[in-house]
Write a protein that binds this ligand. Structure first.
Ligand code: GRF
Length: 192
């Protein structure tokens, strides 16, 4: 993906919860060479802990209820346009978006998922990896497509599952990996 030398691309991060990936992207974005500037954070949960990172770094943020998806997407599109946002990162955003919305940002909307996709799309990825006695697990950054967690893969990192790992430990270990992977994938996408 091309960008003008030195000019950062306006991006928005969508969250629903803790926002630790949001925090890591914001931190990366403060680097002069990082391709994105996080101009906006959108949450579909007004109590999302992650909103505190938007506040901390003085980033504009919005809460829109996603109970009615059409209304939610309309509100998002309006502000995304007003803020001239060109790229979207989903980070723990727990709502499926419509095909129409995704098409507005074709190949400009990405997500992070805590599994080695195409394995374990959807929820409870760590529990499923443990149940299947998998040797490895990890995380994947991928383009968002209409089908959940099924868009084209951008970057993936894996770790060995240790005997003593339970769901909580695995979640923590993979999350640490996610924080590195998300920014790495963004840098990779805009390398030219
Ligand atoms: C991460 O594991 C992400 O991969 C998944 O939900 C979790 C969100 O964590 N989609 P956080 O909100 O970024 O801390």
């Amino acid at each position: 993906m091309a960008r003008l030398t030195g000019k950062k691309i306006n991006a928005c991060v969508f969250i629903s919860g803790k926002g630790s990936n949001l925090n890591s992207i914001i931190k990366s974005s403060r680097d002069y060479n990082f391709p994105l500037v996080i101009k906006l954070v959108i949450s579909n949960n007004k109590n999302a802990y992650g909103l505190k990172y938007a506040k901390k770094y003085g980033i504009n943020y919005k809460f829109f209820s996603s109970k009615k998806l059409q209304k939610f997407e309309k509100s998002c599109l309006k502000i995304l346009k007003e803020e001239n946002i060109k790229f979207l990162c989903l980070a723990g955003f727990m709502r499926k978006l419509s095909k129409n919305f995704i098409n507005n940002f074709k190949y400009r909307i990405i997500n992070i998922h805590p599994s080695l996709l195409p394995k374990y799309q959807g929820l409870n990825t760590h529990q499923r990896a443990l149940k299947n006695n998998d040797k490895y697990t990890g995380c994947t950054v991928h383009y968002v497509s209409e089908k959940i967690d099924a868009g084209k893969k951008i970057l993936q990192k894996k770790i060995i599952i240790n005997n003593k790992d339970d769901e909580e430990i695995l979640k923590r270990r993979v999350l640490i990996l996610e924080h590195k992977l998300y920014s790495e994938a963004i840098r990779l996408l805009f390398r030219y």
